[in-house]
Design a protein around this ligand. Structure first.
Ligand code: ADP
Ligand code: ASP
Ligand code: MG
Length: 469
């Protein structure tokens, strides 16, 4: 069994979809295959902008529906013989009418819940999978199109739904194990109550890993528009290059700290089921890409990659009232977690006089309020200082299993940045010693990434002394 996932750019137009057909044919794989597809490139953003416009009484939401129709119809016209187009065009039109009705409802009612947003966002994958399925039929690849909402069961956190893996695996195994070629929309799922949910932006990767784990696939391949996981974001650093092999943990850390090519939750189901993951380029299929597994071949590089997350806010709780008082950190994390806010970064000063957390700027107001309320009494009595907020900042992380055995990497990192006048606002090292992350001002992030990348990866450049030993 093989599971393949094709991202937005891999289904962006008719040519890309034909490329998928050619990749599948080239494989000539004797076993069963399940293909997961994302929405066509930019479509999820267009859907979001559609409901935002409708909710603010901006009638131009109708233009977006028209653009969506044109985009999908154009692909159909190029992929499907004229005499066979009517059925698929009818299906696409039906979905778009549904979308239009939903938009009209928001426009009139002034109501936009997360549940409705998820229903909107699901249209992208429903549309693309319908087109890809028929396109593949016409390339001689007989397949069955499914609706992932019938298989992937989640909670009711509509936009970032938590998957019930056990229930989902049971459904997938029971119904899809013997299908020769299945086409499934990524990203979308259904809550226990039967409502449409989505798995978070970039979530089609996760859908694919759920199918792979459920079906005990031999391999999961995630096809995108780059030659695998690079040493850093290829858009930010000219010298970035594709990494041959990574461990699951390294891939997870790089993804978590911003390597967008892989959605971080994707790894967990694969680890448990011991399924290797290969990141490949749809537009350069002969490139080996990046293999992510339990036992990657040893590498000379201590550091595997440099990642960066922008638009981060730092919130600091400080004051003499923290020294030696147990439970402060717990109260702090609990207050933030209760608002469903993800913390990317935690650091505590050794004198215990302050704890700093890094979280998305989008959550800074809610987090700041939650912390101020939790520590209201202590702040009032001047035992703690008012919560301090600093944004925008960026988290830059270096990742590599090899750091465990090589002291001095952090020192090298600090001197590279210090020598270039980049001020480090905060530092954290994972207990696993697989990553060191530090916070810099937003305007310094790109330079910091490039400096660190080029120092750690250019053969002739500075290498950490310990790493060379
Ligand atoms: P897809 O639509 O196929 O899921 P994404 O846009 O989600 O693709 O992810 C691919 C993009 O991730 C690449 O085009 C690249 O610009 C970006 N990216 C960021 N960091 C990295 C990295 N370390 N390695 C590879 N790509 C990265
Ligand atoms: N279409 C969704 C998004 O843009 C999911 C995905 O592409 O993985 O976030
Ligand atoms: Mg993606």
């Amino acid at each position: 069994m093989l599971v393949l996932k094709f991202g937005g750019t891999s289904v962006a137009n008719a040519d890309a979809m034909l490329q998928i057909a050619s990749i599948l044919k080239e494989k000539n794989y004797p076993g069963n295959i399940l293909v997961v597809v994302s929405a066509m490139s930019k479509v999820t953003d267009m859907l979001i902008s559609c409901f935002e416009k409708a909710a603010t009484h901006d009638e131009t939401y109708q233009e977006i529906v028209q653009q969506l129709e044109a985009k999908h119809m154009e692909a159909i016209e190029q992929l499907v013989p004229y005499s066979h187009q009517i059925e698929l065009k009818g299906r696409v039109k039906m979905l778009l009418r549904e979308l239009e009705d939903l938009s009209k409802g928001i426009f009139l009612l002034d109501e936009l819940s997360d549940s409705t947003k998820a229903r909107f966002m699901a249209f992208g994958e429903l549309l693309s999978s319908a087109v890809v399925s028929v396109a593949l039929q016409h390339q001689g690849l007989t397949n069955r199109l499914i609706d992932s909402r019938d298989y992937i069961v989640t909670d009711g956190n509509f936009l970032n739904a938590k998957v019930d893996l056990k229930k989902s695996y049971a459904k997938v195994k029971a119904e899809l194990a013997n299908e020769k070629l299945v086409i499934a929309p990524g990203f979308i799922a259904r809550s226990q109550e039967g409502k449409t949910t989505v798995l978070g932006r970039g979530g089609s990767d996760y859908s694919a890993s759920i199918y792979a784990a459920a079906l005990q696939a031999d391999l999961l391949e995630i096809w995108s528009d780059v030659d695998g996981m690079y040493t850093t974001d290829p858009r930010k650093a000219k010298l970035a290059y594709s990494i041959e092999e990574l461990s699951y943990e390294e891939a997870m850390e790089l993804a978590y700290f911003g390597a967008k090519v892989l959605y971080p939750p994707t790894i967990a189901p694969l680890v448990a089921a011991k399924i290797p993951l290969c990141l490949k380029n749809t537009f350069n299929p002969s490139h080996k890409g990046t293999l992510i597994s339990n036992n990657p071949k040893p590498s000379q590089n201590v550091i595997k990659g440099v990642s960066c997350i922008d638009n981060i806010a730092l919130l600091t709780l400080s004051g003499s009232g923290m020294v030696g008082v147990p439970g402060i950190a717990m109260r702090m994390f609990k207050a933030v977690a209760t608002c469903n806010i993800n913390i990317y970064f935690i650091t505590q000063s050794s004198s215990e006089q302050s704890i700093t957390v890094g979280l998305s700027m989008a959550d800074e107001k809610a987090a700041s309020l939650a912390l101020s309320q939790e520590f209201d009494a202590d702040i009032d009595q001047d035992v703690l200082n008012p919560i301090s907020l600093e944004s925008p900042v960026s988290i830059v992380a270096i990742v590599g299993n090899g750091m465990i055995k090589h002291p001095g990497i952090a020192g090298t990192m600090f001197s590279i940045l210090g020598n270039n006048n980049i001020n480090i606002r905060a530092i954290a090292q994972g207990a696993t010693e697989r990553n060191i992350s530090l916070v810099v001002k937003a305007e310094d992030a790109a330079t910091a990434v490039n400096l660190l990348h080029d120092s750690f990866f250019k053969p002739e450049a500075v290498k950490p002394a310990a790493a060379l030993a």
